[in-house]
Ligand binder design. Structure first.
Ligand code: ATP
Ligand code: MG
Length: 301
């Protein structure tokens, strides 16, 4: 079996200062022969992820936070659906972050996400996240204005400061036992256009089409600049970014699954070992259940 991480390692941003988006190819499919091969790899990844998740839950020490960011139509939702398809829903929660409500906007920008962090033993998925604060909010100054920050705090350093705060926040999470992995699903502008047109042409895809998304597309280069800076400032050994080629969905899903499994394997998750006291407790419970008198008390035997 292929070593965990072999497929996804090339897309992990290990040298953030040198990272440039234009060096990565959204059409890349290295390491996999074709779609069928990818489906096979994904299937195995999903199985392994389910096994790791059981241990994560039973051990109750670590939690995992998967952050998904992308331009529209890159396939965030379907990737989450496929990669997490084998996971026990009780141990996993997905949160989607859209334009903030008036209650949310009256707090610091991390507030709404902090409330949704995964409990120990769980997997949390952020479909968009606090990174929107250095992406869409950066591209749209009117969104920053809506936040009503005191004037003196809004300087030209604000984006660097936010990135610094995000990096510090993630470091704090890492130190608290939350393993964070971030995915930028990197779709090309050309492929996005093709997918938008398919949403218009095919009646069963019409519901996915959002007129506003076409406007955002006009600001493609600004978004790419913002993504690049965010990735450069916040990809660390503990909380890495993966920039995943997204023009072929089958490839993207296999890569994401591989990265998640590799991260979980690196946590060395184990089912809890029973100590003497706990073992004695289990033995007592067994005798109690077998004891005919207790059965009679319950009206059983
Ligand atoms: P998605 O676009 O993620 O597939 P969707 O189409 O169901 O989901 P939308 O109503 O489009 O949901 O909400 C997502 C939009 O919310 C994105 O355009 C995103 O940039 C925006 N958004 C997210 N966080 C913020 C924020 N903090 N400030 C302003 N806009 C935000
Ligand atoms: Mg949308």
């Amino acid at each position: 079996m292929a070593k965990h991480g072999r497929l996804s390692d090339p897309f992990r941003v290990d040298k953030p200062r040198k990272f440039r988006l234009e060096d990565v190819d959204p059409e890349d499919t290295r390491g996999l022969k074709d779609e069928e091969h990818a489906e096979d790899v994904l299937r195995r990844g999903v199985e392994e992820l389910a096994e790791e998740q059981e241990k994560l839950y039973a051990q109750d020490r670590w939690s995992l936070l998967l952050v998904f960011q992308a331009m529209d139509a890159a396939g965030k939702d379907s990737t989450i659906k496929h990669v997490m398809s084998g996971v026990n829903p009780a141990g996993c929660q997905v949160f989607s972050f859209k334009a903030p409500s008036s209650e949310e906007i009256d707090h610091d920008f991390l507030w709404r996400c902090v409330k949704c962090l995964p409990e120990r033993g769980r997997i949390g998925i952020f479909n968009r996240s606090y990174y929107e604060e250095v992406l869409v909010v950066r591209v749209h100054p009117e969104f920053l204005q809506r936040q009503q920050l005191p004037d003196r705090l809004v300087t030209k350093r604000i984006w660097d400061e936010r990135l610094e705060d995000i990096a510090a926040f993630e470091k704090h999470l890492a130190r608290s036992g939350v393993a964070v992995i971030k995915f930028f699903l990197n779709v090309s502008k050309k492929e996005q256009k093709r997918r938008f047109l398919a949403r218009l042409d095919e009646p069963e895809k019409n519901w996915k089409f959002n007129v506003g998304d076409v406007k955002e597309r006009e600001r493609w280069d600004e978004y790419m600049g913002a993504y690049e800076e965010a990735i450069r400032a916040t990809s660390t050994g503990e909380c890495p970014w993966y920039v995943v080629p997204a023009d072929n969905k089958w490839y993207m899903r296999a890569v994401v699954a591989d990265a998640v499994v590799a991260r979980m394997k690196a946590l060395d998750l184990e089912f809890p070992v029973m100590d003497e006291e706990r073992r004695r407790g289990l033995e007592e419970a067994r005798s109690f259940l077998k004891d005919r008198r207790s059965g009679r008390r319950e009206g059983g035997e």
